[in-house]
Design a protein around this ligand. Structure first.
Ligand code: HEC
Length: 416
């Protein structure tokens, strides 16, 4: 008994030790990388602060742990010029960049190369609970303002909700807040933390993570309503950013993000992001490419026909069925998306003419000699003011022909 009791903790210790070693060995830092150097804002919760309370601080710690190196911060206020003054700036003293990782950047990247996204969110509306009214969607603000009390609304300039509020005739009730203040200590969360909690405003609009975090920290009870009524298009994903040239670094981060995705989700979970359940799916109406009724066509298709017969027929033939010089477009358009069609028209490429047949070769060369050598190619229509704006009209006409909805005859216009 005694023996067991003594040995047991040792075994346990050994187990723990082994797991730590196994963990640390899985991903190696890049050559010369002795610290995970993060570019972040020292006063921007829920993302980051210098007390390391933000979710990005926690996630950075996790990455440092995975690489077995310490995390170091280069602080700079998150606003215009952030990238230029941090991750892309070389420290004249050391000749190295000031830091190597930016967090919570838009998943499309841009100035920086983006890793795989690690969270997403949507805009939210926040109000103090227990005031005798409920706000479930933006339009409720106008109703409550009419029936109960005139609500004071706080939002950041250029907020998505603005148009809806103006449409509801609430312009007089709006107070605009500056998202990027000149003062490094003023963070967007103040709209909830100060203005809303103190009663200066009654409803605030803010980006989900900000709304959720500050509402949960507030002593005044608050309700957070994700603006899922905006639909999928307003759900934005965020990634980590690295310099475009740092390909190996990005790959390494993506591997870590993938391995630790559950831990990252668990961290994000503690920050009360508004729920993305019930986000309205995009009601994207399936757009009609063309309309044909009894041989009559809509304007688009008609314009496409006209243009085809003033320009494209020279090579593709009067009925678009092809010539020696250019292919049958009715065949080529089967399964070709409008996007692919557009791309083809806006790029230049060469004809594949079968020159093995001596007769055809002679005829072809004669044609070329008579006209311009340019005819070897499908011209690019990129700079043609008659064609460029009408590519989708041409597509409509050719698609209608290719689908068999329209014949070779000259189409008539539908009364519209
Ligand atoms: C000067 C001759 C010429 C003219 C004019 C011309 N094309 Fe072409 N087109 C070609 C040639 C040659 C090809 C290339 C065929 C190949 O390489 O497969 C081509 C290819 C195409 C293709 C791509 C087919 C595919 O499957 O890749 C499309 C679409 C097309 N043309 C549409 C048009 C349209 C629309 C017009 C009128 C705005 C037009 N073309 C005018 C010669 C011409």
């Amino acid at each position: 008994m005694m023996v067991l009791f003594r040995v047991f903790p040792l075994i346990l210790l050994g187990l723990i030790f082994n797991t730590i070693i196994a963990n640390a060995g899985e991903f190696k830092p890049l050559q010369g990388q002795t610290a995970l150097r993060v570019c972040a804002d020292a006063h921007n919760l829920p993302y980051s602060n210098d007390k390391l309370e933000g979710f990005d601080n926690k996630i950075a710690a996790l990455i440092g742990e995975e690489l077995g190196i310490p995390v170091e911060y280069y602080w700079f206020p998150q606003r215009i010029g952030f990238t230029r003054n941090t991750i892309k700036k070389i420290d004249p003293e050391t000749g190295r960049f000031l830091c190597d990782l930016a967090m919570s950047i838009p998943a499309e990247g841009g100035m920086l190369a983006a890793t795989a996204p690690y969270y997403k969110s949507i805009e939210a509306m926040v109000y103090r609970s227990g005031e005798g009214y409920e706000l479930n969607q933006i339009s409720d603000i106008a109703k409550v303002s009419k029936d109960v009390k005139e609500l004071k609304i706080g939002l950041f300039d250029r907020d998505d909700a603005t148009v809806h509020l103006l449409d509801d005739g609430l312009s007089e009730q709006i107070e605009y807040f500056q998202f990027m203040s000149g003062d490094a200590l003023v963070y967007p969360g103040r709209i909830v933390e100060d203005a809303l909690a103190s009663g200066k405003i009654d409803v605030a609009f803010a980006w989900g993570p900000i709304a959720g975090y500050f509402a949960s920290k507030s002593t005044a009870p608050m309700t957070v309503v994700p603006l899922n009524e905006f639909g999928e298009r307003h759900v934005f994903s965020f990634a980590m950013g690295v310099r475009h040239q740092d390909k190996a670094w990005k790959k390494l981060l993506n591997n870590i993000l993938d391995k630790r995705k559950d831990d990252i989700a668990a961290i994000i979970d503690q920050y009360n992001f508004p729920s993305l359940a019930n986000v309205k799916p995009e009601v994207r109406k399936k757009r009609e490419i063309y309309k044909v009724e009894n041989g009559k066509v809509d304007d688009k298709t008609y314009v496409g026909w006209r243009l085809f017969n003033s320009t494209c027929f020279v090579c593709h033939g009067k009925h678009a069925t092809g010539t020696d010089r250019a292919p049958n477009l009715l065949v080529r358009l089967e399964g070709m998306s409008e996007r692919a069609f557009r791309k083809k028209l806006l790029s230049r490429y060469f004809a594949k003419v079968n020159l093995d047949d001596p007769d055809r070769r002679m005829e072809f060369l004669k044609q070329i000699a008579e006209k311009d050598a340019v005819e070897f190619k499908m011209p690019t229509w990129d700079d043609d003011p008659n064609i460029r704006p009408h590519i989708s009209d041409l597509y409509a006409y050719l698609k209608a022909r290719s689908d068999g909805a329209l014949g070779e005859e000259r189409p008539e216009r539908l009364e519209q």
